[in-house]
Design a protein around this ligand. Sequence first.
Ligand SMILES: *[C@@H]1O[C@H](CO)[C@@H](O)[C@H](O)[C@H]1NC(C)=O
Ligand SMILES: *[C@@H]1O[C@H](CO)[C@@H](O)[C@H](O)[C@H]1NC(C)=O
Ligand SMILES: *[C@@H]1O[C@H](CO)[C@@H](O)[C@H](O)[C@H]1NC(C)=O
Ligand SMILES: *[C@@H]1O[C@H](CO)[C@@H](O)[C@H](O)[C@H]1NC(C)=O
Length: 462
Amino acid sequence: MARLSLRKLSVICLCISAFLFLVITFQVVEELGQFDDTPVRWEAQGTSDLLTGDRIAGSSERRYPVIVWWSPLTGEQGRLGECGSHRCFFTVNRSYHAHPSTEAFLFYGTDLHVESLPLPRHERHQWALFHEESPKNNYKLFHEPVVTLFNHTATFSRHSHLPLVTQYLESLDALTSHAHLVPLAQKNRLRASGLAPVVYVQSDCDPPSDRDVYVAKLMRHIPVDSYGQCLHNRDLPAHLRDSTAMDDQGFYHVLSRYKFILAFENAVCDDYITEKLWRPLKLGVVPVYYGAPNVPHWLPSNRSAVVVDPAAPPERLAEYLRRLDENDEEYLTYLQWKYKREVTNEVLVSEMEHRPWGVQDLTQSNYIDVFECMVCNRVWENINRRKQGLKSKTWQAQADHLRCPRPRLFDFDVGPVEGPSLRNIWRPSYDQSIKEAQALRRLVVKNKNFTMAQFWKEVFRF
Ligand SMILES: *[C@@H]1O[C@H](CO)[C@@H](O)[C@H](O)[C@H]1NC(C)=O
Ligand SMILES: *[C@@H]1O[C@H](CO)[C@@H](O)[C@H](O)[C@H]1NC(C)=O
Ligand SMILES: *[C@@H]1O[C@H](CO)[C@@H](O)[C@H](O)[C@H]1NC(C)=O
Ligand SMILES: *[C@@H]1O[C@H](CO)[C@@H](O)[C@H](O)[C@H]1NC(C)=O
């Protein structure tokens, strides 16, 4: 009985809060709608800078700055976001482009389409870029002429305003956990019964890092069980075959029996580190890592991964892994941090303690919310400065907020590549993206809306 009424109560509470939310949202939309009727008056004010602050902040607290998600990442038509003591109205509705209360635009890198940018860009319009993904998803963003169009960034780079380097790591506890650790004696028994020392699971074949060519060569010198579509030579149990099973306990069980996991990123850029690195560390398998050249900066200890040197031949790596495979004592030096549950890298410890967002953690904000609030708070900072008659503060993204060098191909021969290969498109596509970035900047600086045809004309003008 008590439980029933508790349930009833929570349903009622839920209804009330949903109702309140709707009321507030509608009210805000309505208020903003009223604003819509007077854009000209806004623009026409001689001292618009001062007035902007007054009208948005208004003593009645009825007006809020509008922040438009130009990429519809959140899908929200309108939401009043609370960011500490500040509030901003977030919307994906592009008709707010010219709205006098609109102060900032948020872009999601992968969805940034050149032909539809919020141009003209008003002097007060701040642009913010969120891009946590691999450069392979939108190369033209990765060049100075485009990166510097933005005021605020949240990217995988440690230099960005909101660095997402550890976006795939939920906690240090997950890293030091022994939940999946398979004792070395058992790994050795599995080896004796024919399990390879090394495992590879990759189904996104021939990405810019050219990892499959390296791995193909490596496989000739040391046994590698390859369960993914790339270089496939072993099948996963049927229930683990789709990509959603990558975080399945059963899949962890398959991987944790190996001594080494090939953790090769799809692109090679500083700070671009994914679950490919963290997963083996969590499982207690030694990652053989190829990706971010600065990975030692982020590893839990100074001996926790075998870092691939792309300039050395794969034979040499195979030789080294064989040596570790045959020498328990040496192999275990790579797991000492794990057995001691000791993360000695102060940089990683500090990052995990201080990052203002969580991963799969309902008690913490997610990084999208934190990104939105970073922009909201900066918008308010300028509103308040204008109110006090101070000069606006400026923020500017720098080239190193999103950077990745030209992809390199391994030059050793692995024989004819089967089937269609993307291998040869990455470099021309990167080179082309430099021209696109320059063209995009020239067009944005002109501050006029442009079509795709005009964009391509600009790209090929030089
Ligand atoms: C977008 O906002 C405008 C007012 O600025 C409103 O008229 C329109 O209905 C909104 N669109 C959607 C899909 O909510
Ligand atoms: C690695 O870290 C350990 C423990 O923090 C330290 O004693 C050792 O000197 C370090 N080795 C190198 C090569 O930096
Ligand atoms: C935003 O960036 C643009 C382009 O670099 C710059 O002109 C503008 O002053 C910046 N605005 C703020 C508020 O930082
Ligand atoms: C900019 O151009 C695109 C198509 O080229 C069009 O859909 C959009 O409405 C234009 N925006 C403005 C603000 O004129």
